[in-house]
Design a protein around this ligand. Structure first.
Ligand code: CTP
Length: 404
């Protein structure tokens, strides 16, 4: 990852997350970028220009003219100089101005003069973020070709908890570096990824679930997006964020919902990677009210859920690639080979649920990839994002071999 030689214009607007923009400046410089900062008048109430001038090693621009000597700060020149502009934090106010072409300060004027790509990292309170006006403006910015680095969920300056926190500076730098990476072997490809557990309702307050954290599936979605793919990520209930603009996320709860989301999208995809830990059974009926405690033992009758990977395997067209996972506690190889065949997969990623450092919740995984031509590759224990890159590495030649 590098931004070496790139000119990045950072636009800071007046929100509390402006303090995070100081760290963002530092990280951009660390990645080798030349950084200039333009601030709105309100931003100066939160962090002083001196902070940004020191961190960026460039004078900060806030006014059209230098009041001391009348020197003209040309927004046109700034727009030409910058390879990309990132507005972080972007308040609802600035987003509204950008979406409507209101050029009443140096930042919004420069935006209109930008030749390079513009990235926008919204930051505001949850209600402002969710407001239809803000959402409409964000949509308009996207439609105009800007890249939105979505706000994250979490604690907000108001004390409330919800969506509106600015994406972390590390995430923003990653998105920018990714944009400038020319090696995008999955450019033009659409990849479906399933991730996380499913919850199967027993009654309004209880469910049957599993310990899947979604880490592996999300790492795969990110690795595919970084390689240039448009990713459709169908996720069960997990506590994870996705800020990569190439990932479209569909949140589901049950196996049935995951089945519907995956089958509805597969036809338009070049490949699908099924990393979700889908419940195999669900209660045959869901109680309408909370089930009351009784003295007698209790039995819940279960019925099968649809097998998503199997359904995609049956629907698979020539040219499409299907990858599955096998999580086993015993007879790993034999079980994985059986699943590979039965579900018509191109390869299967076997991981052990009983090995330390592997499986649910861990940051690491040790996997074996078994291909449908019988080839077997054993990998050593790695971080899940590195495992994800190995999986994408195995997917690439299969996509390239097959005609679209
Ligand atoms: N899978 C799926 N839909 C299901 C069950 C599994 O898409 N209802 C997918 C998983 O995402 C994984 C692969 O099938 O890619 C194998 O999942 P796994 O749970 O290991 O196997 P099962 O087929 O469920 O078999 P078993 O639970 O008996 O091991």
């Amino acid at each position: 990852m590098s931004l070496g030689g790139k000119n990045i214009l950072l636009g800071v607007t007046g929100g509390i997350a402006a303090y995070k923009a100081a760290n963002l400046t530092r990280l951009l410089v660390k990645e080798g970028a030349s950084v200039k900062v333009v601030m709105t008048p309100a931003a100066k109430q939160f962090v002083t220009p001196l902070t940004f001038a020191t961190l960026s090693q460039n004078p900060v621009l806030t006014e059209f003219f230098n009041p001391e000597n009348g020197e003209w700060h040309s927004h046109v020149k700034l727009g030409e100089w910058a390879d990309a502009m990132i507005v972080a934090p972007a308040t609802a106010n600035t987003i509204a101005k950008m979406a409507n072409g209101i050029a009443d300060n140096l930042l919004t004027t420069t935006y209109l003069s930008m030749r390079g790509k513009v990235f926008v990292a919204p930051a505001m309170d949850l209600d402002m973020y969710a407001h239809p006006t803000t959402q409409r403006n964000i949509k308009a910015l996207k439609a105009d070709g800007n890249i939105i680095i979505d706000a994250e969920k979490g604690e907000l300056a108001s004390g409330l908890n919800g969506k509106g926190r600015m994406a972390e500076p590390e995430t923003i730098v990653k998105v920018l570096a990714d944009y400038f990476t020319t090696d995008k072997p999955l450019q033009g490809r659409t990849i479906l990824v399933s991730a996380g557990p499913t919850y199967e309702k027993i009654d309004p307050v209880r469910f049957i679930g599993n310990y899947s954290s979604g880490k592996m599936g999300f790492a795969i979605a990110e690795a595919a997006a970084e390689a240039g793919a448009s990713v459709i990520l169908v996720s069960g209930p997990v506590n994870r964020e996705t800020a990569n603009p190439n990932i479209r996320r569909i949140d589901v709860e049950s196996a049935q919902q995951m089945f519907e989301a995956c089958t509805a999208n597969f036809a338009n995809c070049d490949a699908a990677i099924m990393a979700a830990a889908v419940a195999d059974y669900r209660p045959a009926s869901v109680a309408g009210q909370k089930i009351k405690k009784g003295d007698a033992a209790m039995t819940i009758t279960l019925e099968s859920t649809p097998d998503i990977a199997l359904a995609l395997g049956q629907a698979k067209r020539p040219g499409q690639v299907l990858v599955g996972f096998a999580l086993e506690t015993e007879n790993g190889l034999a079980n994985a080979q059986e699943k590979l065949k039965h579900k018509n997969l191109d390869f299967i990623v076997l991981n052990s649920a009983s090995e330390e450092g592997s499986g649910f919740g861990c940051d690491t995984n040790r996997v074996t990839i078994i291909k449908n031509d019988g080839q077997q590759i054993d990998y050593k224990m790695k971080y899940k994002h590195a495992v994800a890159r190995d999986i994408i590495g195995q997917l690439l030649p299969l996509l390239n071999n097959q005609q679209r």
